[in-house]
Write a protein that binds this ligand. Structure first.
Ligand code: 9YW
Length: 412
């Protein structure tokens, strides 16, 4: 018998409560025991469907990790937790709370706006407190990361899509010399065959060590780090976030031409992401080459407010080739692996972002298909980290915060 929506709603709320560590929410117990940046924004969005106070609390704890430069790190290590590598000692960031040294996709302005709009009377003071922090994070992106209107990442972890095919060519150029011995913890929690490989991990650490040795100085990292890629997912997410920030600014009467300037620059940058092979693609900024990968991030164009008929045709074709969309990598390509993390599996949060974009741009049938596929996966298997697009096999961590959140806000 099919499980009822009511029961799933209750389960999803229970997951958020159980993953709450007292003001911040872990992505899943065991595997990820700290506060992750974009996971936390999704958690807040989920909480806002039944406890808006708790939603704002999540946002405030996330921003306690913001650096003086404006950067909001990808992990905030509020208190000691075992079972995760690399922890605060490896990152070597000298501040409290301890943090990692890199960032993550800036979904914050977009999801915070949605939380604010649900209860403006209550949210007003919180929105005022967070607005300046959002502006300074976005200003940091524009100053330190935007190149030719595209957002550069200095580590695959910044993209939130760790082992995506998008990074293969740039990763191949990173030497693993001197990385030494270390013990991974992720593979003791979940099936190693679904995780990034050892040669990927060696490179992740090599880049981390480069940042640490540079004192996390963005100038030095820009000049010499072994990896720098203009990430099409980051550009779309950041462009969308700037549009939402502008709406928040208007609402709060803080209008500045600065944000409009950012939007114009990023809209130009989107053109540079167009691979003449016929899709939005990332670019290895060290070699200048397109990465040649049509991934789920390429379908965030509508979310960024940009229509594209060729991308629509790709999406329709890909959705015919899989049982559950959207696969994180093009199933028509030989590099597609239906259960290896960001190289094929379906992720509910990416579906939610793509679906929101499709709906807003009037592509409601496609949006409906994504929502139905996501609903079916969760109803059938539970709140897993990700799923096979081929047969729905659930994978990664169970009772996952962001999967519960998108159920409560979008899929359920
Ligand atoms: C890591 C927590 C994070 C997500 C990332 C996802 C994975 C592994 O898990 O990263 O060690 O940071 O790729 O998007 O934020 O859910």
């Amino acid at each position: 018998m099919a499980i009822s929506d009511d029961k799933l709603d209750r389960q999803a709320r229970r997951i958020l409560r159980q993953n709450d560590r007292g003001g911040y929410t872990v992505p899943t117990a065991g595997l990820y025991p700290y506060q992750w940046n974009w996971d936390s924004c999704f958690a807040a969005w989920g909480f806002s469907s039944f406890d808006v106070k708790r939603a704002w609390f999540e946002i405030h704890t996330l921003f306690t990790g913001q650096w003086d430069t404006g950067m909001v790190p990808h992990i905030i290590f509020h208190k000691r937790a075992d079972g995760y590598f690399p922890g605060p000692d490896v990152w070597g960031v000298d501040r409290v709370p301890h943090t990692s040294g890199i960032t993550q996709p800036p979904v914050a302005a977009t999801l915070i706006r949605s939380i604010y709009e649900q209860d403006k009377r209550y949210g007003r003071v919180h929105m005022e407190l967070i607005y300046g922090r959002l502006v300074s994070w976005h200003r940091w992106f524009m100053k330190s990361r935007v190149e030719r209107g595209m957002v550069a990442i200095t580590h695959p972890w910044e993209s939130g899509r760790d082992n995506a095919v998008d990074w293969d060519s740039a990763m191949a150029a990173v030497s693993t010399e001197g990385v030494g011995e270390y013990t991974r913890r992720d593979t003791s929690h979940v099936d190693p065959s679904m995780r990034p490989k050892k040669e990927d991990y060696d490179r992740y650490l090599k880049m981390l060590y480069y940042g640490r040795e540079s004192g996390w100085d963005e100038e030095k990292i820009r000049e010499g780090s072994p990896f720098r890629v203009a990430d099409v997912g980051m550009t779309f997410i950041f462009l969308r976030a700037c549009r939402d920030l502008l709406q928040i600014a208007m609402d709060l009467d803080h209008l500045t031409p600065e944000i409009e300037g950012w939007i114009a620059e990023l809209e130009e940058g989107v053109r540079n992401h167009w691979n003449p092979a016929g899709y939005y693609d990332s670019i290895d900024l060290r070699s200048g080459e397109f990465t040649g990968s049509l991934s789920s991030a390429s379908f965030l164009c509508w979310y960024a407010g940009i229509d594209n008929e060729t991308m629509k045709a790709h999406l329709e074709d890909i959705l015919q080739k899989v049982t559950f969309g959207v696969p994180s990598y093009d199933p028509r390509d030989e590099k597609f692996e239906h259960l290896r993390y960001w190289r094929g599996p379906v992720w509910g949060i990416i579906n939610a972002l793509i679906g929101i974009g499709l709906n807003e741009r009037g592509l409601t049938q496609l949006a409906g298909r994504l929502r139905k596929d996501t609903r079916d996966l969760i109803t059938e298997h539970g709140f897993y980290e990700y799923f096979s697009p081929v047969d729905g096999t659930p994978a990664g961590g169970d009772k996952f915060t962001w999967t519960a959140s998108i159920w409560l806000t979008w899929a359920g």
